[in-house]
Design a protein around this ligand. Structure first.
Ligand code: FO1
Length: 311
């Protein structure tokens, strides 16, 4: 079964990792959000691409959910002593990624070419693609004005109240080469349990020319990142509340209405099934919490059974 997975940060990377454990490389393409990307210390940093790749390569920092495992912090400690901005923690190993990516971008390589070479170097067999080779930047409209994503998410620790989002460059950013073929040959698109507003919406906007195809279109299965009204990790539930929406798996399904054919929610939210079916989506209830690598694999197998049963 061929799958295209759309993923952002931590939650998305976990399910992508689960799918990579059960699908061969030729049957899984992972398309990653680049709206979180930004320049810092003159380096071009791609947090979601790195979170997905480090997770697939088994070198991700499992405590923080970002950056590398077994990290040291000499560079950032020393730049801090010099009075430099140290709010965005760049580990020494992680710095190597940003230095080399920035060097190659300056040499004219595309982000997708660089990602392909990095995946090879990290021993990742599956295809990981940035959603576009053109820059897209997520901005968060808040009660304190407009903030670039990392300014909001890391520097301000998601404190400002969110009013909306916009994605600079999204209308000029064509889908990355390879996305069209992957989607056309896919049995299903899996929308991983990432932040619907900040991680998945940018990808859906960039890929929309490929997704609004006539006819039944590709099967698309979204997994709720909200369980029992709360996000497992990250500010998605807070964002829903601040946008005047009570956070729940139903609210997430409603966010994706018209875009997905199927919705996967956690057993704890089974009472929401009828409401989600009312959005013209097939529902699948299971344990969607991924605490261990085994959990990631179990959810992936569960998803494929669910998709395969009706394909
Ligand atoms: N998130 C934080 O909350 N604090 C950090 O200091 C931080 C550093 C960091 C360095 C590299 C990287 O790839 C990600 C990093 N993140 C950090 C996460 C980053 O903000 C991502 O955008 C989130 O994971 C949301 O996708």
């Amino acid at each position: 079964m061929k799958i295209v997975a759309l993923a952002g940060g931590v939650g998305g990377a976990k399910l992508a990792h689960g799918l990579a454990q059960v699908l061969p490389p030729e049957d899984l393409t992972i398309i990653v959000n680049t709206g979180d990307d930004f320049e810092h210390y003159g380096l071009y940093i791609c947090p979601d691409l790195d979170t997905v790749c480090y997770t697939l390569a088994g070198i991700a920092n499992s405590e923080t959910g970002w950056g590398r495992a077994d990290e040291s912090w000499n560079a950032v400690e020393n730049l801090s002593k010099l009075g430099g901005p140290d709010w965005f923690k760049l580990g020494d190993k992680d710095l190597g990624t940003h230095l080399e990516r920035t060097r190659r971008l300056k040499e004219g390589y595309s982000l997708s070419q660089i990602t392909r070479d990095f995946c090879k170097a990290w021993g990742i067999g599956h295809t990981v693609l940035p959603m576009s080779d053109k820059p897209v930047r997520t901005f968060v409209e808040t009660d304190e004005g407009e903030l670039a994503f990392q300014e909001y998410f890391v520097h301000r620790r998601c404190e400002p109240r969110v009013k909306g989002f916009w994605f600079d460059g999204v209308d000029k950013a064509e889908p990355v080469r390879g996305a069209r073929e992957a989607i056309q040959s896919a049995d299903a698109i899996v929308i991983c349990p990432s932040n619907p507003w900040a991680s998945i919406d940018p990808i859906l906007r960039v890929l929309s020319p490929l997704l609004s195809g006539e006819g039944p279109g590709v099967r698309s299965v979204a997994v709720s990142p909200i369980i029992g009204g709360e996000t497992v990790k990250g500010p998605a539930a807070k964002m829903f509340r601040e946008m005047g929406i009570e956070p729940s798996a139903l609210a997430v399904a409603n966010h994706y209405r018209g875009l997905v054919t199927d919705f996967v929610l956690d057993e704890i939210d089974a009472q929401l099934i009828e409401g989600i079916k009312g959005l013209n989506m097939r529902t699948h209830v299971t344990n969607t919490l991924m605490k261990s690598h085994e959990d990631r694999k179990r959810l992936a197998v569960d998803m494929l059974n669910f998709i395969g049963r009706d394909v």
